[in-house]
Write a protein that binds this ligand. Structure first.
Ligand SMILES: NC(=O)c1ccc[n+]([C@@H]2O[C@H](COP(=O)([O-])OP(=O)(O)OC[C@H]3O[C@@H](n4cnc5c(N)ncnc54)[C@H](O)[C@@H]3O)[C@@H](O)[C@H]2O)c1
Length: 387
């Protein structure tokens, strides 16, 4: 069988999730090519060696440019902070590598356009990893919508809430710096919701948004919480937060549906509370990532004495991907979504299968993100540029 040599750039959270998927997916799925974990690239050599050993990467490198230039690498897998996505993806495309890129695609639409142009010109496969599209229950939602179960869609209500920075002594990591992240939970979390909304409901025509920042100064990574609590005079130990802590957005879809999106890192008690609700003329669907095997469905066609939401456990063999895993009811989790992405990406490279979302979807999503930030800054509703 043909092999596909993969190089991963970034060795932490997404580095682990992707490594696990590249290594494990062929054990469960029939694949048209065998991924080879060729090179792991990161900045800290000591932890990089450990990472490579743990996940079975053959070699390590501390320079992504060397990795991208290698003749024996077919795929560049981008798992680094968002400000590096464009430079690495464009270099990878120019070197003829297929690209598996973490979300959000980029900080700005200018970067997104350049990435899309480079990948399209090079004729390489470009995939943006909004892994939640590949939750079987969400794919079931898509099928139900396409089959008319929901009918005309009136409303989307998407919410992505976390609480990991409520403590003001949490350090100023890259996620809290606009130069690195684009924006805060808006780029990080609303991007996921926007992708699902585009997948399930359709394109977004205009938005109106508000953002706010609750903690404007944080200790620099490595600086102690005690120093931070000494007060704002200790400027050498703290830095300015340059992103929002919460971003709420109202949206009108091209098809007339009205939607809302809430993203926050200040929702105490919410760890990874990613939910959506879709309400239509024939029925409704709701999803909660913390119960990701389940879809709640409501049909207006049920007899009135039986009407109510019911829970579908999306673990039957006819639900997407499930037959490769376990018998019905034996449930899958977060890491499986990355496996599904790897399986589909390999099919795109090896067999020419279609894959989404692509960098084109990433550009459209970035245009929504930007329109919302403009709306929040100017206090007006903003029309979203389409592509
Ligand atoms: N799909 C998802 O659900 C999901 C979840 C979390 C993060 N993400 C995205 O994944 C990307 C990475 O996020 P993360 O949470 O893994 O970040 P992280 O901070 O945990 O890890 C980033 C990694 O990049 C490495 N790195 C930074 N600069 C580098 C360079 N110049 N060369 C090589 N390596 C470098 C760091 O050493 C670190 O290993 C981001 O774009 C983020 O938005 C996606």
């Amino acid at each position: 069988m043909r092999s596909l040599n993969v190089a991963i750039i970034g060795q932490n959270f997404m580095g682990k999730a992707h490594s696990h998927a590249w290594r494990n997916a062929p054990r469960f799925f029939e694949m048209g090519a065998r991924p080879v974990l060729k090179v792991a690239c990161g900045r800290d050599q000591a932890t990089l060696e450990r990472f490579a050993h743990t996940w079975g990467w053959e070699e390590t490198s501390s320079d992504w440019r060397d990795v991208v230039a290698r003749d024996d690498v077919d795929v560049i897998d981008i798992c680094v902070p968002t400000n590096l996505h464009a430079e690495i993806a464009i270099a990878a495309a120019e070197a003829g590598k297929h690209i598996f890129c973490e979300k959000p695609l980029s900080r700005t639409s200018a970067e997104a356009r350049a990435m899309l142009a480079a990948a399209t010109d090079a004729g390489v496969v470009h995939y943006l990893n909004h892994n939640y599209r590949r939750v079987p229950a969400i794919m079931l939602a898509k099928r139900l919508i396409d089959d008319g179960f929901v009918g005309r869609i009136f409303h989307w209500r998407g919410s992505y809430l976390q609480d990991w920075i409520v403590d003001p002594s949490f350090p100023l990591t890259w996620h809290l710096q606009a130069d690195a992240a684009g924006s805060g939970p808006h780029h990080d979390l609303n991007s996921h919701s926007i992708d699902l909304a585009r997948f399930l409901v359709g394109d977004i025509a205009s938005v109106s948004a508000m953002t706010t920042t609750f903690v404007r100064e944080r200790p620099l990574p490595g600086a102690g919480a005690a120093t931070f609590s000494a007060g704002a005079g200790e400027v050498s130990e703290t830095g300015e937060v340059t992103v929002e802590d919460a971003a709420f957005m109202l949206a009108e879809f091209e098809n007339g549906a009205l939607g809302s999106f809430s993203a926050s890192r200040f929702a105490s008690g919410r760890k990874n509370h990613h939910t959506f609700e879709i309400y239509g003329s024939e029925g409704s669907i709701t999803f909660d990532l913390e119960r990701l095997n389940e879809l709640e469905v409501f049909s207006r066609h049920d007899p009135s004495y039986l009407q109510g939401f019911r829970t579908v456990l999306a673990t039957e063999s006819e639900h997407p991907y499930i037959s490769a895993w376990w018998p019905p009811g034996h449930t899958i989790g977060y890491e499986h979504t990355f496996h599904h992405a790897v399986v589909d990406f390999v099919a795109a490279v090896a067999d020419g299968a279609a894959i989404a979302p692509t960098f084109d979807d990433g550009l459209r999503e970035t245009l929504v993100l930007e329109a919302a930030l403009r709306s929040a800054a100017d206090g007006v509703r903003v029309t979203v540029e389409q592509g």
